[in-house]
Design a protein around this ligand. Structure first.
Ligand code: AMP
Length: 448
C-alpha cells in the first residue's frame, strides 16, 4: 500500500497537545484527505481518535477534551489504489508489555513483505495489509529487550524504503526520518515545547519557530525544553523531487528551500529554455500557478487566468474510472471565455500523469475559441510508478510510460508541448542528481 501522508508530533508543557495537533493537521490536509487520527498520552493512559474523512469531519470538540496530555501525534492519510477502511487510518497503536506505542508513517517500505513473513513465522498476527503495521510490530518486538533509541535503531536497520514518522512511546515523542530523507520532516519550537511535522506550514499555523529539517537517518526526541538527536544509521540523501513539484504546499520550506521559490524559478527556466511566444500564459489552477508566475516574469508574457477551479469538487485523480475522471476535470475547471477567445495561449502545469487534465483542458480551451494552445510542464514526463510513498498510477496508466513527447502532444491535442528535464530541476534545487529520488521520471530508484 502506498501513502502520501502527513505526520505531526509534539511535546508541550501545557497539557493541550492534541488541540495543537488538530490545528497542525489542518495545515497538512493537502497531504491526505481519506482519514485522520490523533493519539495523546496523559502520563498514565493513551487516548486515540481516528476516522475516515477530512480533519474537520473526523474530530469534534468533545474529542479534544478526551485527548488529554502533553504528548500527542497526528496523521492525515491519502487513499491508496485500493480502498481505505477505519483499520488502516494512522496512528497505529499497540499496547506492549513495556507500555504504549503509537506511530504515524508517511512513505512506503519496500521490504515490508519479507519483514512481515519473518514476524508471522514467530507468531505475530496482522489485521491489515499495511507496511506500517509491520513497522509497528517490528519496533514493538525490539522494545522487548531494548531501550527506545536502540530499538528504533535496530528497526531502522531492518526496514528499507521511505519513512518519515512520528511516534509516542510511554509519553516520549519521537520523530524519525529514513536514511535517504525521501519524504520531508522538520522541527519547530513552540511555547513550552517542540514539534515535528511533515511540512513547515504546520509549524507556522501553531505560531512556532521553524528550527530545521530532521536530517536523513536522524531520530529526534522532542522534549519540553530540548531536542535530543541520535544518528543511528548511515545516511545518503535521496530527497523526492516531486515534493517540490506537486505535493508540498507552496508556502512550505523543504530542506531549506521555499517550495514557492523553487516552483517560480522552475517556471522561469521553462520560459528561458522551452518558451513559446504566445499572447498570454495561464496556470492550471492551483498546481501550475507558481510555475506560470515565473514563466510570465521571465518571458514578459501577460499572465492571465483562463480557467477557474471549483474548490468543492474532490480530487479528480482518485476517481476510479477514466470517464469519471474526465467528467470531474470539467466539473473542476471552468474556462473564462473572454480571456482566451481568439488568443494564442500557453498553459502551465506541474506534471502530466495520466494526461486527463491536459487533454480535457485543451479541448475546453479550443471550444472556447483559443487559437493555439501550447503546454509547458514543470517536471519531466512521468514514466514509472512511485514505490516510495506517492500514489501516482500504475505504469500502464501513465501517459508517458510508452509514449514519446510527440505522441503525448498529439494525444492531448496541444500545438506544442515541452517538459523540464531532471538536470534543470537539480540545477534549480541546487541538489546533485545523485542526492535526489527521481524514480518516477527516470525509472532509477534509490532502493532496490
Ligand atoms: P493527469 O490529469 O492524470 O495527467 O494528472 C495531472 C494533474 O494531477 C496535475 O494537474 C497535477 O497537479 C496533479 N497530480 C500530479 N500527481 C498527482 C498525484 N500523485 N495525486 C494527485 N494529483 C496529482
Amino acid at each position: 500500500m502506498q501513502d502520501k501522508c502527513g505526520v505531526i508530533g509534539l511535546k508541550v508543557d501545557s497539557g493541550e497537545a492534541a488541540l495543537q495537533i488538530y490545528y497542525g493537521l489542518y495545515a497538512l490536509q493537502h497531504r491526505g484527505q481519506a482519514g485522520a487520527g490523533i493519539v495523546s498520552y496523559d502520563g498514565f493512559k493513551q487516548h486515540t481518535k481516528k476516522g475516515l474523512g477530512l480533519v474537520g469531519e473526523v474530530f469534534q470538540q468533545d474529542d479534544m477534551e478526551e485527548l488529554r496530555g502533553s504528548s500527542a501525534i497526528g496523521h492525515v492519510r491519502y487513499p491508496t489504489s485500493g480502498s481505505i477502511n477505519e483499520k488502516t487510518v494512522h496512528p497505529f497503536n499497540v499496547n506492549t508489555r513495556q507500555g504504549f506505542l503509537a506511530l504515524g508513517h508517511n512513505g512506503n517500505l519496500v521490504n515490508a513483505d519479507s519483514v512481515r513473513e519473518k514476524l508471522e513465522g514467530i507468531g505475530h498476527v496482522f489485521t491489515t495489509e499495511t507496511d506500517t503495521e509491520v513497522l509497528v510490530h517490528e519496533l514493538a518486538r525490539n522494545l522487548i529487550d531494548h531501550e527506545l533509541v536502540d530499538a528504533i535503531g535496530m528497526t531502522m536497520n531492518e526496514i528499507d524504503g521511505a519513512y518519515s514518522m512520528t511516534m509516542i512511546y510511554n509519553g516520549e515523542v519521537v520523530a524519525v526520518r529514513d536514511p535517504r530523507g525521501i519524504r520531508p520532516l522538520c522541527i519547530g519550537k513552540l511555547a513550552g515545547g517542540y514539534m515535528a511535522a511533515s511540512e513547515s506550514v504546520a509549524v507556522d499555523v501553531l505560531g512556532g519557530e521553524f528550527i530545521r529539517d530532521v536530517e536523513p537517518g536522524e531520530l529526534v526526541i522532542l522534549k519540553e525544553d530540548e531536542l535530543e538527536s541520535h544518528k543511528l544509521v548511515e545516511a545518503y540523501a535521496a530527497h523526492c523531487f516531486f515534493e517540490y513539484i506537486y505535493f508540498a504546499r507552496p508556502d512550505s520550506c523543504l530542506d531549506g528551500r521555499s517550495v514557492y521559490g523553487v516552483r517560480r524559478r522552475l517556471g522561469e527556466l521553462l520560459y528561458e529554455n522551452h518558451g513559446a511566444r504566445t499572447d498570454l500564459v495561464s496556470p492550471v489552477p492551483d498546481s501550475g500557478r507558481a510555475f506560470a508566475a515565473g514563466y510570465a516574469e521571465a518571458g514578459n508574457v501577460e499572465y492571465i487566468e483562463s480557467m477557474m477551479k471549483n474548490r468543492y469538487v474532490g480530487r479528480t485523480f482518485i476517481m476510479p474510472s477514466q470517464a469519471k475522471r474526465e467528467r470531474a476535470v470539467r466539473l473542476k475547471l471552468n474556462p473564462i471565455e473572454p480571456n482566451i477567445n481568439g488568443k494564442k495561449v500557453t498553459i502551465i502545469d506541474d506534471s502530466i500523469v495520466r494526461g486527463t487534465t491536459s487533454k480535457q483542458l485543451i479541448d475546453t480551451l479550443r471550444e472556447n475559441g483559443a487559437d493555439e494552445v501550447h503546454v509547458r510542464i514543470g517536471s519531466p514526463p512521468i514514466i514509472s510508478p512511485c514505490n516510495l510513498g506517492i500514489n501516482m498510477a500504475s505504469r500502464d496508466e501513465l501517459m508517458a510510460s510508452e509514449k514519446t513527447v510527440e505522441d503525448i502532444r498529439e494525444a492531448i491535442g496541444a500545438d506544442s508541448l515541452e517538459f523540464l528535464t531532471v538536470e534543470e530541476i537539480s540545477e534549480v534545487l541546487d541538489i546533485p542528481l545523485e542526492d535526489l529520488c527521481t524514480g518516477c521520471v527516470t525509472g532509477n530508484y534509490p532502493v532496490s
